[in-house]
Design a binder for this molecule. Structure first.
Ligand code: 2HG
Ligand code: ZN
Length: 475
């Protein structure tokens, strides 16, 4: 099997010719022709995400309500037409690529924030709301929705539910799953499941929410999400620390925990990543050195101030090249600009970025970086590592010229095989936040037991017996 599927052209689904498909869908969607499109540019836009796979759908549907989604699912199920749900389309693993053609069901127009209720500590949203917009709306009321993937200005809340998205703040605040209290899901046959609700604790039956969160569009279409919101910590501080080499920064990570600190974020970056960021326009503040650490603290003002003082002492004792500290949202965000740009600045190098969001037990951080260096020396491919050091979730990016993806495909596959098998040997996992999609399908078996895959298949067969939801992916 290939580790990336390359370019494929569209396949018109056999079940129905495209004109009939279009006319039928328009009728089912209340006669509104604006809810569907077969225009070439629209189909192209909905054939990709941020990974390297590409496959055209037969048609794109823009659902505007749960009823629209139900109508599409009932029809698709009856005619066994593939349906790939899509939010912002900014995933990293080809999860939203309609690999078997059929219908791309965009929920992007379902973009209303239905309620923000600090008294209950909940927000209720439609899946197409941009995550950054939800965070801002909640923040404007003094409240906080912590999950913060770097794509937060582009990704939808529905997409973050589909991937169980994380981000730097997961270290202290947890991932998307920890915030979803309730879901409305349209099942493959069009039935509507409402599970959970607006209570912060709920032990009624199985954890169906946990099953849908992170299911990458394979089990149902999420049409409404109730999330937990928490009071916004009034104070925040950020340390930006430059080190001579990665080893020193990794040591700092262990020392910070050993001394009893739980930062809200603890992010590391290596030399290649920093160089790319230095060459990226708009990045003003990049400390010297071949390794970099960002440490965020938040809480009440007095506790943040006293933690900053004692943490500064600890960091100074490690003799970094530089320590900068910022207080307050705006200043802290200036120090974070560089971190938020990594994904973009690495792409800007002109090299293709094979980003693998592996997780290792934290004690393996240095081993992982040594392994990356070894891989780089032996293959000649640059390896750029950065990410969520506090979680052991490091984005190990193999950076190659575009031609290498084709001409040296077997060699690249072999390098990725080595990386993933090493990570699994260390009891790590092959994805911490981006998911399996198409990109990691090749390693899904190695990463799971036979029984685990049987359970996955059993759930899939029960919820989607005709296999129409996001077919061609890992189950
Ligand atoms: C991040 O942490 C994202 O910035 C993207 O998960 C990681 O681009 C990447 O490799
Ligand atoms: Zn990440």
């Amino acid at each position: 099997m290939k580790s990336w599927p390359g370019i494929r052209s569209g396949t018109i689904h056999d079940a129905m010719n495209p004109e009939t498909l279009e006319a039928t869908l328009i009728e089912l969607l209340g006669g509104d022709a604006k809810k569907v499109s077969r225009a070439r540019d629209v189909m192209e836009q909905h054939s990709i995400d941020k990974w390297y796979a590409h496959h055209l759908p037969d048609i794109v549907v823009f659902a505007e309500s749960t009823a629209d989604v139900q109508a599409v699912m009932k029809f698709a199920n009856e005619h066994e037409i593939p349906v790939t749900t899509r939010g912002g389309g900014v995933g990293y693993v080809g999860g939203a690529v309609p690999w078997k053609g059929g219908i791309v069901l965009s929920v992007r127009r379902m973009d209303e924030i239905l309620e923000i209720n600090p008294t209950d500590g909940v927000a209720v949203v439609q899946p197409g709301v941009i995550l950054g917009d939800l965070q801002k709306a909640v923040r404007d009321q003094g409240w906080f929705y912590p999950p913060d993937p770097s794509s937060l200005k582009e990704c939808t809340v529905g997409g973050t539910v589909a991937t169980n998205a994380g981000g730097p703040r997961c270290l202290k605040y947890g991932v998307t799953r920890h915030y979803v209290l309730g879901l409305e899901v349209v099942l493959a046959d069009g039935r509507v499941l409402r599970t959970g609700g607006r209570c912060h604790k709920n032990k009624t039956g199985f954890d169906l929410i946990g099953m849908f969160v992170g299911s990458e569009g394979l089990l149902g279409v999420v049409t409404e999400i109730t999330v937990r919101i928490i009071p916004h910590p009034p104070a925040r501080a950020t340390f930006s620390v430059g080190f001579r080499e990665f080893r020193e920064a990794a040591t700092a990570v262990q020392r910070i925990f050993a001394e009893g600190y739980l930062p809200s974020a603890l992010e590391i970056a290596d030399k290649f990543t920093l160089e790319a960021a230095r060459n990226y326009p708009g990045n003003d503040f990049i400390p010297d050195g071949d390794a970099h650490l960002l440490v965020d603290l938040d809480g009440q003002e007095s506790s943040v101030k006293s933690e900053v003082e004692s943490l500064r002492g600890l960091l100074e004792s490690l003799q970094p090249l530089s320590i900068d500290v910022a207080f307050g949202q705006d200043q802290c965000e200036q120090l974070w600009e560089i971190r938020r740009s990594f994904s973009y600045s690495l792409r800007d190098t002109g090299l293709k970025k094979l980003n693998e969001d592996i997780v290792v037990p934290r004690s393996r951080l240095m081993d992982l970086v040594h392994f990356g260096q070894q891989l780089q020396e032996e293959t000649g491919y640059a390896v750029a590592s950065f990410g969520h050091a506090g979680d052991g979730n490091i984005h190990v990016n193999i950076m190659v010229e575009e031609r290498v993806l084709v001409e040296e495909k077997d060699k690249v596959d072999a390098a990725l095989d080595r990386l993933f098998h090493q990570v699994l040997d260390w009891k790590g996992v092959i994805t911490g936040e981006h998911g399996i999609g198409l990109a990691k399908k090749r390693w899904f078996s190695a990463a799971t037991s036979d029984v685990s895959r049987e359970v996955h298949s059993g759930l899939k067969a029960m919820l989607d017996p005709k296999g129409i939801l996001n077919p061609g992916k890992f189950v």
